[in-house]
Design a protein around this ligand. Structure first.
Ligand code: MF3
Ligand code: CO
Ligand code: CO
Length: 277
């Protein structure tokens, strides 16, 4: 507690750029996500776009937190019952699959971290509903962000919305502070109680990235050292934005021309969001 950094004006300017670039990688890859493509090919395309077009560095590549082996690819691709940290490879995507692509770019030392869900062809009714509810969870959490609010307010509303729909919230992974460092304080839990945990202040930047399972919340870790799946093999969904606490509310940093619009219930509290073309 109490170690959450307050970003400078210069930091915030850098984080706006990194955030937009991260989102633009997802815009770029969208038309390539279709039946027959492999997750490895999607990774290769994202990696080349980052390095050759944007001049960004993929933060996941060789990322190695204590106790882990270096992550071998540029993005995470998590298909169906994979909750997070899926490693791109020779898996061929087929009609009905659901995919999360999680992109983190580094630009001028600053990290932009964002993920979206993609349907390959036509999704099942369950997959669409889980994906929609998870998107609402992320935005409900974001909508609570303002000076004086608590991190527990974010977790509570996410958990309430997910469980009301009959789904469960993954506990082992959470959102995180971010800036020049990929993962820093605070931990942003996607469950909890209102009025608990750290109080928010202008200049804080962190991610909101709920992982919601259609079935039970328990996870299992694969032998590759990274991939996390649902224990009961149920579908899992995730969305992620990087968000700045402003004087009056919040500003979503990971937005670009191709960002899906916020749900209709998002009407106020946000700093006006210019989305540059
Ligand atoms: N982008 C993920 C997050 O949202 C972290 C991925 S770590 C990696 O925090 F090494 F798997 F890429
Ligand atoms: Co993140
Ligand atoms: Co991420």
């Amino acid at each position: 507690m109490g170690n959450i950094s307050i970003k400078t004006t210069e930091d915030i300017a850098g984080m706006r750029i990194a955030g937009r670039l991260g989102s633009e990688v997802l815009d770029y890859i969208t038309p390539f996500v279709k039946p027959g493509v492999t997750t490895g090919e999607l990774d290769r395309l994202c990696h080349e776009y980052m390095v050759n077009v944007q001049g960004t560095v993929p933060a996941p590549l060789n990322y190695c937190p204590p106790g882990y082996t270096p992550f071998p690819k540029a993005v995470c691709t998590s298909v169906n019952d994979v909750i997070c940290h899926g490693i791109p490879g020779d898996k061929v995507l087929k009609n009905g699959d659901v995919l999360n692509i999680d992109v983190t770019v580094i630009k001028d030392g600053y990290h932009g971290d964002t993920s979206r869900m993609f349907f390959i062809g036509e999704p099942s009714i369950l997959a669409r509903r889980l994906t929609d509810v998870t998107y609402e969870c992320m935005w409900l959490g974001i909508s609570k962000i303002k000076p004086g609010a608590h991190l527990g307010d974010i977790g509570f509303i996410i958990q309430q919305h997910a469980e009301k729909a009959g789904y469960s919230v993954v506990r082992e992974f959470c959102g995180h502070g971010i800036g020049k460092i990929f993962h820093e304080e605070p931990q942003v839990l996607h469950y909890g109680r209102p009025g608990t945990l750290e109080k928010l202040a202008p200049g804080m930047i962190f991610t909101v990235e709920p992982m919601i399972n259609a079935g039970r919340r328990e996870i299992r870790e694969m032998n590759d050292g990274w991939t996390i799946k649902t224990k009961d093999r149920s579908l899992s969904a995730q969305w992620e934005h990087t968000v700045l606490v402003t004087e009056t509310g919040y500003e979503v940093l990971t937005r670009s021309a191709g960002s899906p619009p916020p749900p209709a219930f998002i009407t106020s509290g946000a700093t006006p969001q210019p989305v540059s073309a």
